[in-house]
Unconditional design. Structure first.
Lengths: 114, 115
């Protein structure tokens, strides 16, 4: 069963910030939040992940609420190349066997428009 | 070039035939994975491998066989292809599994059609 809930689709204007929400109300203390994206006809691409603190890298920022029940992926200046399906994934840390699989749900289809 | 490659990129086969999908990575990553992607299901893990000669089942292993005789290669075999195995198959690799630094890198995918 999916541990995350994301909107099916979102639009964003080119050059503006894209804010993609994710609800993970049943997250436990030993689970991380990961974000991947999949551009059409390509393999998924890692974006960012975090545990409880906000994280930033060259691609995006991840804001996790204090209660960790939701998070937001921020693409600060969206471009047309950011049009993709974005997956929010909750994942157990320090696991063994199949517990640590990346379970991809249906994600959010982000369309960046000129 | 360094990276992860899959072959063939497209394959059409018939029901009952054996098909092998190849995956090769040049990073010397210990961990490798096979996923399938179907409309309405997202990506689902088929098999994964922690090292050469160490493999384990994922969420949907039935009908598939894997091997890992060399660190860089992780072939996936459909022993007797069925129409339900029509899908897009992605291979991935990672230098760790379960640590905070883990990142899986995905190949470009193989589109398989079973008639």
């Amino acid at each position: 069963d999916a541990k995350t809930t994301q909107p099916t689709s979102m639009d964003c204007a080119e050059g503006r910030a894209a804010n993609l929400p994710c609800n993970h109300s049943t997250i436990s203390g030993n689970e991380y939040v990961y974000w991947y994206r999949q551009i059409h006809s390509q393999g998924p691409q890692y974006i960012i992940h975090g545990l409880k603190n906000n994280e930033t890298n060259e691609m995006a920022s991840l804001i996790i609420t204090e209660d960790r029940k939701s998070s937001t992926l921020i693409l600060p200046h969206a471009t047309l190349r950011d049009t993709a399906v974005y997956y929010c994934i909750v994942r157990v840390r320090d696991y063994g066997g199949s517990q640590g699989n990346l379970i991809f749900g249906k994600g959010t289809k982000l369309s960046v428009k000129p | 070039d360094a990276g992860i490659t899959q072959s063939p990129r497209y394959k059409i086969t018939e029901t009952g035939r054996q098909v092998t999908l190849m995956c090769h990575q040049t990073w010397s990553h210990s961990y490798m994975f096979w996923y399938r992607q179907d409309l309405g299901h997202g990506l689902r893990l088929i098999y994964y491998s922690a090292a050469a000669d160490i493999t384990d089942k994922g969420e949907v292993p039935d009908g598939y066989v894997v091997s890992r005789s060399k660190t860089e290669n992780f072939p996936l075999t459909l022993e007797s292809a069925t129409r339900s195995q029509t899908s897009v198959y992605f291979c991935a690799s990672s230098d760790s599994f379960g640590s905070f630094k883990e990142t899986q890198y995905f190949g470009p995918g193989t589109r398989l059609l079973v008639l």
